[in-house]
Design a protein around this ligand. Structure first.
Ligand SMILES: [Zn+2]
Length: 285
């Protein structure tokens, strides 16, 4: 009997870092790039200008391109398209501003990662942005494995016990990967190459190597982002409202699968786990 096809996943990193606001930004960026290089992994970063700030932060994004990784669009303002306060036209303007800032990089690809994975709360907004993207050569860059690394980063930066937080974080990512892989098999009938959402954070500067080792030990193959994004899953346009979230979650929602988390992933699910592990005060003031 042929061996089952290995589960595969691409690693993608959102937001970027601003050395003008965070003194350790360059160190964290270099640590993440160093870990990716040591493990022979090609990745993709989705910077937003709100997170990178000016020249110093944009230079850190250029370092990803120089190291052979890809650079996509995460808008200039990192606004939530699911908010009634943001119009499709304003959002498209933010996409164009980020494009103007990064399109000169050799690693640049016109792939859009929606901030907060939100793609519009009305049909009109959702479809106006989708139409603009098609007319302008943009493809969406959804994630299939949503997770809360940003929340673990918050806890990490508050000084939680390093070894135990690392273990909890690795467990969380493997757990979410297994969950979305199972959901994908349920709603698609096959196992797609996955895309994992991570952030350019202190947490990943510290623990990315452990994450990579744990995924490989669990049978995952790490693939380049364009290998994953070539799968038709990532071009699907689920007709749900509010639009967005991870693509497997959105397809499951469209199919009426019961018992989905909403929001798809959030600190509300992780807080009790970290409290039980003694990594958070049980009764915050
Ligand atoms: Zn973001």
């Amino acid at each position: 009997m042929a061996a089952a096809q290995a589960k595969s996943v691409a690693l993608t990193f959102d937001d970027g870092l601003d050395p003008d606001k965070e003194p350790r930004a360059a160190e964290w960026n270099a640590a993440i790039l160093g870990t990716l290089a040591r493990h022979g992994i090609r990745s993709m970063v989705f910077p937003s200008l709100r997170h990178t700030g000016g020249q110093a932060g944009r230079a850190l994004v250029a370092d990803w391109s120089k190291a052979g990784h890809l650079v996509g669009n995460h808008t200039s303002q990192h606004r939530n398209l699911g908010s009634p306060k943001l119009t499709a036209a304003e959002f498209i303007g933010h996409v164009q501003e980020a494009d103007a800032a990064f399109a000169h990089l050799p690693g640049w690809r016109p792939l859009l990662r929606f901030p907060y994975l939100k793609e519009g709360e009305t049909t009109a907004k959702r479809d106006e942005v989708r139409a603009w993207m098609k007319a302008n050569g943009y493809r969406p860059a959804p994630v299939s494995i949503d997770a809360s690394d940003w929340y673990y980063d918050e806890v990490f930066r508050k000084g939680a016990d390093r070894a135990r937080l690392k273990a909890a974080y690795v467990r969380h990512l493997l757990d979410r990967a297994a969950y979305y892989d199972g959901l994908a098999r349920e709603v698609l009938g096959h196992e797609p190459p996955h895309v994992l959402l991570l952030h350019t954070s202190a947490l990943n500067a510290a623990f990315l190597g452990d994450v990579i080792r744990a995924f490989r030990e669990a049978g995952w193959t790490i693939v380049a982002p364009l290998v994953a994004f070539a799968d038709p899953l990532y071009a699907r346009e689920p007709r749900i409202l509010p639009a967005g979230e991870g693509i497997v979650w959105a397809v499951a929602k469209e199919q009426g699968v019961a018992g989905l988390r909403y929001p798809a992933e959030d600190s509300r699910y992780e807080k009790p786990i970290l409290e039980a592990a003694g990594l958070l005060p049980a009764n915050p003031p």
